[in-house]
Design a protein around this ligand. Structure first.
Ligand SMILES: Cc1cc2nc3c(=O)[nH]c(=O)nc-3n(C[C@H](O)[C@H](O)[C@H](O)COP(=O)(O)O)c2cc1C
Length: 363
């Protein structure tokens, strides 16, 4: 089993580097979020403070690298490279699903290298929700956390991917209750994350009620796991995966749905490709932004490239804040925003506000 998981993970890296796996027709909806330029900002760009504290941890900027990999030699190098960069910049990162290493101790170092290279950065452990249905429980969740001395545990939901996989696990009955058991037993915050198809208000409410401490929406518009599986399946699966290539709740819509429904911190991800996207996500009341696939491309080149890309995100965020007159990241929820197009239509039809946001108390 571990071998099969390892092979799948190696396939994912290869495909995400060599093929076009981004959404084709779907977009994140960030193109509908307009920040209003402020010609008289009355702030000094040099004094802008990007730092933020979430889950009791201080980040130099509200940016993390999303869960991607582990389990192979190449994955060790990727995790090490990303970890060094986020340590240097005082950001955070998630490791990929730790299932392979929970089943085969030998593989633990392919994940724990992240803590070795990032002694003080915020690290997120990762297991699959479907694994909780198939026998995993508190013991395995604790193992994942201990393996990388994690600051939080992400439980990922990936129905789209499982439905597309030739070997996919598609029984999710009882998954919410199992997540609740883990959230209650762990002394680290449990974050539930999607993997590119987004989270709706109804699910966010249930997750908050069961004791989950954070939600990473991972919406549609960026990396598509139907696309990834398209390149792994036979002809029949390819057609199926094609149909679902753009499936999911666009990231901006998912942020509106979740931030206006629950009080727990919301992480924005799924197709964030600039610091301006990060600023828009924070304007919609998320507290951290997570980027995955673009950083994978950098991490296989060098640590320098990885740091350069993350620094670009940071500086673009700083510039955007300067242009809208936001001195601190928490000011972003107060800046005027205009929501247009399909995102405004979505929000209105689902009963959400499209105007300005009041800051929630819980962060
Ligand atoms: C190569 C690759 C592997 C991934 N593996 C995992 C995983 O093991 N666990 C997980 O929760 N998400 C995984 N993801 C999903 C990402 O964490 C993220 O939710 C998704 O890629 C959307 O972000 P992006 O558009 O910035 O890539 C993976 C993504 C990529 C690109």
């Amino acid at each position: 089993m571990a071998e099969e998981t390892r092979k799948r993970k190696a396939d994912h890296i290869k495909i995400c580097l060599g093929q076009k796996v981004q959404a084709r027709k779907a977009t994140t909806g960030f193109e509908d979020i307009h920040l209003i330029h402020k010609a008289l900002p009355e702030i000094n760009r040099a004094k802008i403070d990007l730092s933020t504290t979430v889950f009791g941890h201080k980040f130099a900027a509200p940016i993390i690298v999303g869960a991607m990999t582990g389990g192979t030699e190449e994955a060790t190098r990727i995790n090490a490279t990303i970890a060094e960069a986020v340590e240097q910049l005082q950001l955070g990162m998630g490791v990929g699903s730790q299932r392979a290493a929970i089943e085969d101790k030998e593989l633990a170092k392919t994940f724990s290298v992240a803590r070795k290279k990032a002694p003080s950065a915020f690290l997120v452990a990762n297991i699959g929700g479907v694994q909780l249905v198939n026998g995993y429980g508190v013991k395995e969740a604790k193992k994942a956390v201990e393996m990388i001395d994690a600051d939080a545990l992400a439980i990922h939901l990936n129905t789209l991917q499982e439905a597309m996989q030739p070997e996919g696990q598609t029984n999710f009955e009882g998954v919410l209750a199992r997540i609740g058991e883990v959230a209650e037993a762990l002394d680290k915050p449990v974050i539930v994350k999607e993997t590119g198809a987004g989270i709706a208000a109804e699910e966010a409410r249930k997750l908050e009620a069961i004791g989950v401490k954070g939600i990473d929406v991972s919406g549609c518009g960026g990396t598509s796991f139907a696309a990834v599986e398209h390149y792994r399946g036979g002809k029949e699966k390819q057609v199926l995966a094609d149909t679902f290539w753009d499936w999911g709740i666009p990231t901006a819509a998912s942020l509106i749905e979740t931030t206006q429904t629950v009080k727990i911190p919301i992480i924005a991800s799924g197709g964030l490709r600039s610091g301006t996207d990060v600023a828009k996500a924070l304007t919609l009341n998320s507290c951290l932004a997570s980027i995955s696939q673009p950083l994978l491309e950098n991490a296989v080149i060098s640590g320098k490239e990885t740091e350069k890309t993350l620094s670009r995100f940071v500086e673009e965020l700083r510039n955007t804040m300067f242009l809208v007159g936001a001195r601190e990241t928490k000011d972003l929820v107060k800046v005027p925003v205009v929501i247009t197009g399909k995102t405004a239509e979505w929000a209105t039809k689902r009963g959400f506000k499209v105007g300005n946001y009041a800051r929630r108390g819980a962060l």
